[in-house]
Write a protein that binds this ligand. Structure first.
Ligand SMILES: C[S@@+](CC[C@H](N)C(=O)[O-])C[C@H]1O[C@@H](n2cnc3c(N)ncnc32)[C@H](O)[C@@H]1O
Length: 413
């Protein structure tokens, strides 16, 4: 069989990757069709296997590297490609940063409708490897596997050493694996979560079929403390905490450097990473967070810091905004900070914010696409971009953290 006939029969096509898109896939074209190629690098000439077609778009995997991109490197991790954790190890670090900056610009332009995206800096991570201080490991008790989900599946990729884990978490993973080999891990465990503190690691595990709630923890993890930029935060393995502590002092500074006034409101405040620095700057602060454990930790850390000017409401942000609408309209906070999960802020949250229009907003985001979607609405509601900065909190993956400041344009009437 001729090469081209075989290629056609096996769904193989030859493409050149033009750039990396938000979401981490490489963009290529073939025969008028857009092809998304996973784990590729810009400039790669590849033979790819089309795995899925949706309208004019096809999703493909690399079958053969015909000519590697000048930024392509040998991924150092032996699990790369199978493990769903990292998707950027095939690119050198400088090109990972270029790709992330381009993703932010692309989202702001295409999704946010911002024509002239201002120049912004993207601060590299001090540690490209071994930076993760929070992790979740999937457990398959039948196959005796502990690691991360394989990409695009619920199969557990058994990982003995993870190249992005902080040393403390690597030791935790090694010790859990020893217990697994001795048959000492609970059979009903679904996953294990761990987070590094100043003096130890907090670990929890969720169970597969709890009588109470799927995914509930079957043991209470120990509470620990973590000191960031001179402030001490209480937390445990169950609550959200940023995965990369190395850049947190700069992130906090970028979010709050020019925040000032009497009253601040913080939506999605978590365990209070940004709440304590806010409480140092404002006369009064209100934080809103739905996770009751995170609320308890935020309150406890504020108490330990001797800060009594801050109230934390345990509520869904949208519900809280709706029930406080009148108060917010009659006296808007001077500064609004929001750091929502990857899905961004719900429509009703953005509508709620536009109902009382604080003079300044800082939006901290770990997903440029949902950030751009929400910025579009805020800009249409009267805000303009004041500044953008980005931080590479997640080397070896396509994820990136962005901090955007917005100001309310003066009203024309
Ligand atoms: C990206 S984290 C940010 C937390 C905090 N700013 C930090 O850096 O540690 C988002 C937080 O929003 C909370 N959250 C998610 N959806 C929420 C909702 N609808 N209402 C209130 N809080 C929510 C999560 O529990 C999580 O603590």
């Amino acid at each position: 069989m001729e090469n081209s006939e075989r290629d056609l029969a096996e769904n193989l096509v030859e493409v050149v990757v033009e750039r990396v898109l938000p979401g981490g896939l490489g963009l290529a074209h073939f025969d008028g069709r857009t092809i998304f190629v996973s784990l590729s690098a810009p400039g790669d000439r590849l033979r790819v296997k089309i795995e899925r077609v949706k309208g004019n778009v096809a999703f493909a995997a690399i079958n053969e590297i015909l000519e590697p991109s000048s930024v392509r490197i040998e991924p150092p991790c032996p699990y790369f490609g199978r493990c769903g954790g990292c998707d950027f190890q095939q690119m050198n670090y400088a090109s990972q940063l270029d790709a992330k900056a381009e993703m932010i610009r692309d989202c702001l332009r295409r999704i946010g409708g911002i024509e002239n995206v201002p120049e912004f800096s993207l601060t590299p991570a001090p540690n490209e490897w071994h930076y993760r201080s929070r992790a979740q490991w999937q457990y398959d008790a039948v196959q005796r596997r502990l690691g991360y989900f394989e990409s695009g599946s619920r199969n557990v990729c058994d990982v003995a050493e993870c190249a992005v884990l902080a040393p403390e978490l690597q030791s935790t993973l090694t010790s859990l694996r020893e217990q697994m080999e001795q048959g000492a891990l609970p059979d009903d465990a679904r996953d294990f979560r761990a987070v590094v503190g100043d003096t130890g690691v907090s670990i929890s595990n969720s169970v597969r079929n709890p009588t109470v709630r799927e995914g509930a923890s079957n043991q209470t993890p120990v509470d620990i403390s973590r000191t960031i930029a001179g402030e001490t935060y209480r937390l445990n393995a169950e609550s959200f905490f940023q995965t990369n502590a190395d850049l947190l002092p700069q992130l906090i500074e970028a979010a709050l450097h020019d925040a000032q006034g009497e009253r601040a409101l913080e939506l999605y405040c978590g365990v209070g990473l940004l709440t304590i620095p806010l409480a140092r700057k404002f006369t009064s602060v209100v934080g809103v967070e739905s996770d009751s454990a995170a609320v308890k930790f935020a309150q406890s850390s504020l108490g330990l810091a001797g800060l009594s000017n801050t109230k934390i409401a345990r509520e869904d942000v949208g519900t809280w905004l709706a029930s406080n609408e009148q108060n917010l309209r009659s006296g808007a906070p001077d500064f609004l900070l929001l750091d929502p999960p990857r899905t961004g802020a719900e429509s009703r949250v953005i509508a709620g914010i536009l109902g009382f229009k604080p003079k300044r907003i800082c939006y901290v985001s770990c997903d440029p696409a949902t950030l751009a979607r929400d910025l579009k609405k805020l800009i249409a509601g009267g805000y303009s971009l004041d500044s953008i900065v980005a931080f590479d909190m997640f080397p070896q993956t396509h994820h990136v953290e962005t901090v955007v400041h917005l100001v309310l344009a003066p009203s024309v009437d």
